[in-house]
Design a binder for this molecule. Sequence first.
Ligand code: NAI
Length: 299
Amino acid sequence: MSIRFDDRVAIVTGAGGGLGRAYALDLAKRGAKVVVNDLGAARDGAGQSDAALSVVAEIEAAGGIAMANGGSVTDYEQMVEMVAKAQEAWGGVHIVINNAGVLRDKSFAKMEPADFKFVVDVHLNGSANVTKAAWDVMRAQNYGRVLMTASSTGLYGNFGQANYGAAKLGLAGLTKTLAIEGAKNNIKVNTIAPTAGTRMTEDIFPAEAFAAFSPDKVAPAALYLVSEDAPTNMIIGAGAGVFQAAYVTLTQGALLSGDDLSPEGIAAHWAAITDRSGEMVPQNGAEQSMSILKKLQGA
Ligand code: NAI
């Protein structure tokens, strides 16, 4: 069965180029009315351009429906206004893809606090701003699909990206709680961790890889994750046509008492504490607490 987005209104942030552009074009092709948000900033967040307008023109040329928004995701009021305009024009907001992003890479030793704050502000606070602006609309509609954009750096780390990694894992954390809070209103929230040849990675990827990792090889996962039958609370890796699921797991662990309830005991039982056999994937924080209780009852 083909996946369609007819009668759905989607906001894609940072959609003036790269991955966001691919998502916006594909959503529009499949019937969605798309708000193409992009400040049109340089890779480090400086400046502004009309990148959003050119993607709207592309969508319209292909027979789709779109509107441009040049607001910054860091400005909550502008995001509220963007949601209001979409609602006014098209009667709702069903999909939010938080994709806007910037880089200010440097080793932590050399990173200025301002560059740490800025990157966290665009990715993490920016995604919270847009999602918050649309949240009540989604709740009232009893329908919402939200996609956050994490990265391998957030999930697993990367030299020179402390600011970016902190923001990106924060987004996976935001996903987890919003998936729980949104469930009763049919709001599904997921995270994508893409790998794609865009201007963000142009000086990292060799030229051949750049083409193999084109954004359109990530877009199918993004579209599925905001579709009617989307799962919720998932972290999906996507790059070059390879799709993976990442989990935050928990080991069975060890219950220590007496003399073992000490730093020395932790050291002595390290192998058992970190043993991955029987690993769990808690679906909420309470499940971790329950696993502790279970361990105590088994004692
Ligand atoms: P990109 O640089 O082409 O796209 C980011 C877009 O966000 C730009 O068009 C930029 O103007 C826009 N933007 C920046 N600040 C903004 C703001 N305050 N408000 C609105 N728009 C703003 O890069 P790419 O690769 O397409 O990145 C898209 C997302 O995917 C980002 O969140 C990035 O961190 C993430 N990502 C990309 C990976 C890759 O391999 N390309 C890897 C992991 C994550």
